[in-house]
Each structure stands twice: as C-alpha cells, then as structure tokens.
Design a protein around this ligand. Structure first.
Ligand SMILES: [Zn+2]
Ligand SMILES: [Zn+2]
Length: 248
C-alpha cells in the first residue's frame, strides 16, 4: 500500500507541483479585496477580475419569528416592530435559498440610473438580500412594515428572507449604526443610518439615497448609500451605478 501513497508525491517533486484544481477550474481567479470579507454570511466569494461573485443562502444568522418552531433560531415575537405598530406575522416562513450576486469589482456611475427591481437589489453582510422600498410595482411598504420581525426582516412567499429597512441585527449586534452593512448590485457600498455621530437624513442624500466621501473601508472616497429610518430607506430612485446581476 505504501507505494500508492509515495508515487504521487514523487511525481510531484519531479516537476513543478500543480494542484489538480488548477486544471479543472475554467476561470482564472484573482485575489478578493479584503473589504468583501466583511460579508461574513457568504458561502463563497470569488473575483474574476471584473465581477465579485458572492454566494449566499439568504438565511439570517439571528433569531426570527419566521423560522419554524423546531429551528434553534426560532423566537416568538409579540412586540412593536419597525414604525411602532404591533408585529403582524405574515403567513410565510424562512427557507434556504441559493443566491449568486455578481457585483462589479470597479463600480461605475451609470447616467441611466436604472430602477431597482423587486426582489434582491443587494446583499447585507450576513448574506441576507436587501430589497427596495416597494411591496409590489410602485406600491409602498405601508402594511408590509408591520410584518417585520424582531430584527426588521421578513420572508416572502418563496421563503426568501430579506430587509427593506435597517438590518437591526447588524446595526445593534454585529456591526454598528455607522458601519458598512452591505453592497447593492451596482457594487457601491451601503452604510448605516449614522455618520460622525449624527443620524443621516434623507435630505442630505441624493435621489439615489447616497453621497460621496471617504469612509473607513474606502479612504480615497467612494459613492455610498446610507440606510435611513424613512422611505425610501435603502435606495431611492434607482441604482447610482451599473448594476450587476443576481440569480437564485
Ligand atoms: Zn418584503
Ligand atoms: Zn456617507
């Protein structure tokens, strides 16, 4: 038996030792910039030199009233939710998804500022998708808001859990109200509702819900979105930049 273990090693020493995965993998991989490692909920993050590809299950890493009762993360919720009304649970429950977000490595402003779609428009650090300010085509979130759980997310009929507003678990537990919280599909980062000790107001942001200046992660300055407590919450009138894609 020993022969079979030694032989590949000897072959390896004789020539430059190539990992077998190198010949199987079709695309060249490039180092992933450190900032994307903040997306701790990703199952994988790769860089092909043009796009950062982020795969996630979309399942939150925090408790929710929307897990099945047998899930360790199930926790009943009876309090007030976002907006101050009583929590009104929707009939859906959280299930595992298979998201592939492809976001530009080098985000670019797009003068077309295309409208955000319904469904995922970005990804939060915990791998949960970010949704826009609508419950349906141009329908505000009016009643949906009451179905946000203890961390201000909820699942839709497909079981896809998501945030339309501040991801409370990230701003209160994992990061902070002034931290980087995720990225939209155009590759521009999303920051929390506070900056320099002040609450960010919609009026200090542009039509797409962002502005440009240096941040901890981007000391040379970058356009970035801010989440605020009032509509449109995360994004305004479309993407600031050219959006990548998301599949599920
Ligand atoms: Zn929703
Ligand atoms: Zn800012």
């Amino acid at each position: 038996m020993r022969f079979y273990f030694i032989f590949p090693l000897a072959a390896c020493l004789g020539i430059s030792c190539k990992n077998s995965s190198e010949t199987i993998s079709p695309a060249a991989s490039v180092a992933v910039p450190a900032v994307y490692s903040k997306i701790y909920g990703a199952t994988s993050i790769t860089n092909d030199g043009t796009y950062i590809t982020i795969k996630t299950t979309g399942v939150p890493d925090h408790k929710s009233a929307y897990f099945s009762g047998t899930n360790a993360l199930y926790e009943a919720f009876t309090g007030k939710t976002f907006g101050g009304n009583n929590f009104a649970k929707n009939p859906n429950s959280i299930s595992t998804q298979s998201y592939t977000f492809k976001i530009p490595l080098n985000p670019q402003m797009d003068p077309a500022h295309k409208a955000t779609p319904l469904g995922p428009i970005g990804v939060a650090l915990n791998g949960v998708p970010l949704f826009n300010q609508y419950a349906g085509p141009s329908q505000p979130l009016t009643n949906e808001i009451n179905s946000f759980d203890q961390y201000w997310g909820h699942p839709q009929q497909t079981g896809s859990y998501h945030y339309h507003v501040e991801p409370l678990y990230l701003t209160q537990v994992k990061a902070s109200k002034s931290a980087l919280l995720g990225f939209l599909l155009d590759g521009f980062p999303v920051y929390g509702p506070e900056e320099n000790g002040q609450t960010v107001q919609n009026s200090s942001l542009d039509a797409y819900h962002g502005h440009s200046h240096s941040t901890t992660e981007f000391p040379n300055g970058i356009y970035h979105y801010h989440i605020t407590s009032t509509d449109p919450y995360i994004n305004g009138s479309g993407f600031y930049g050219s959006a990548g894609t998301v599949s599920q």
